[in-house]
Write a protein of this length. Structure first.
Length: 202
């Protein structure tokens, strides 16, 4: 017998949303180093745990393009829970290795992360997550250049300082990233200026 329209359709959307959150959370958990897992404070990770983690990271690196294509679009989702879970998953992946950071940085998510930081309506958790993702993407030279050109590095610090006390380490890391980015930008510009002078002399 037919059921009421909304009561039949809503569970489908709810299941779809829950599945997207579960996928993102599962990926984030895979990328967590043994020393940072719940209950790890009581003991140091064993050699077996470290070896298993390296194997997991290697597998994630192999599947990185596919994983980023799946999880990346979820960062644009209208549901805050899906958006936050996907941003956290990509940030964790990028933190796990340089190769994963490169795959995440090449996913064209930087403009969206900047938009989230610049938008006053962005929730606190999403803002902190976007700042964390942006910080990981800054490991890639192209992403650093884009962030500098967009004038977004101050927004990055502010994103971490939304929760000042628990995120002090993140804010310090962001400030260090600003110093490194600014220095590299200055060096690049000086190098370009020297190259132009050499060409003129010739």
């Amino acid at each position: 017998m037919p059921t009421d329209g909304p009561s039949a359709v809503l569970p489908v959307f709810e299941a779809y949303q829950a599945a997207r959150v579960q996928i993102a959370q599962a990926l984030a958990e895979l990328a967590v180093p043994p020393a940072q897992r719940p209950g790890a404070d009581a003991k140091l990770p064993s050699a077996v745990e470290e070896a298993e983690y390296r194997e997991v990271v290697a597998a994630l690196e192999n599947y990185a393009p596919t994983l980023v294509r799946i999880v990346g679009p979820l960062c644009y989702d209208v549901a805050p829970s899906v958006q936050l879970s996907s941003i956290a998953a990509l940030s964790r992946l990028a933190r796990a290795s340089d190769r994963l950071a490169g795959s995440v940085a090449r996913a064209s998510l930087l403009p969206h992360a900047l938009q989230l930081l610049a938008n006053p309506a962005t929730g606190k958790d999403v803002r902190v997550g976007a700042a964390g993702l942006l910080l990981q993407m800054l490991r890639e030279p192209e992403a650093r250049s884009q962030a500098i050109e967009a004038g977004a590095l101050t927004q990055l610090v502010e994103g971490f300082e939304v929760r000042a006390r628990p995120r002090r380490a993140g804010a310090r890391a962001a400030r260090r990233a600003i110093d490194v980015c600014a220095l590299r930008s200055i060096r690049a510009r000086c190098g370009a200026a020297r190259a132009r002078r050499r060409r003129r002399r010739k």
